[in-house]
Design a protein around this ligand. Structure first.
Ligand code: AMP
Length: 120
C-alpha cells in the first residue's frame, strides 16, 4: 500500500491537527490516544513515511529502528510504567483492523490489562 500523506498522523506531524504530545526527538513523536483504552494509552511513531510495522521493519534504516525501540522504553519509563508493567501493540493491515495507515505502536498501562486477545 502506498503511503497516504493525508493520514491523520501525517497531519499531526505537520502541525495541521493538535495532539497531546508526551515525547519527541529527531525521529519519533509520541502523544496520548484520543480514545484511551487504559489509564496510559500512548501512540508512538517514527516521523518517516511508513504505512505499518511491515514497511518499517523492511525499509527503515538501522538508526531509525534502533531509535524507535529506545524511544518506546523512554516513554514507558517517563509514564512510570517500568515497574508496574505495560503492553506494546502494533497493528498491520486488515486482520487486526489497523485504522491509521502510519506505523505506530500503542503503549498501554496503568491497570491490569487482561487477556491479550478477546475470547472468540
Ligand atoms: P490502529 O487501529 O492501531 O491504527 O489505532 C489507531 C489509533 O489512533 C486509535 O486508537 C485511535 O483512537 C487513535 N487516533 C485516531 N485519531 C487520533 C488523533 N487525532 N489523536 C490521537 N489519537 C488518534
Amino acid at each position: 500500500m502506498a503511503y497516504d500523506r493525508n493520514n491523520v498522523f501525517a497531519r499531526i506531524l505537520r502541525g495541521e491537527i493538535p495532539c497531546q504530545k508526551v515525547y519527541e526527538d529527531a525521529h519519533v513523536l509520541a502523544f496520548n490516544d484520543i480514545r484511551p483504552q487504559a489509564p496510559v494509552h500512548v501512540l508512538l511513531f517514527p516521523k518517516g513515511e511508513y504505512v505499518s510495522v511491515d514497511g518499517f521493519a523492511a525499509k527503515a534504516s538501522a538508526g531509525e529502528q534502533a531509535g524507535f525501540i529506545v524511544a518506546v522504553g523512554k516513554v514507558a519509563r517517563q509514564d512510570g510504567l517500568a515497574e508496574s508493567g505495560y503492553r506494546t501493540l502494533a497493528n498491520h493491515g486488515a486482520d487486526p483492523g489497523q485504522e491509521v495507515p502510519h506505523f505506530h505502536v500503542h503503549i498501554f498501562g496503568g491497570k491490569r490489562l487482561g487477556r491479550m486477545l478477546p475470547r472468540e
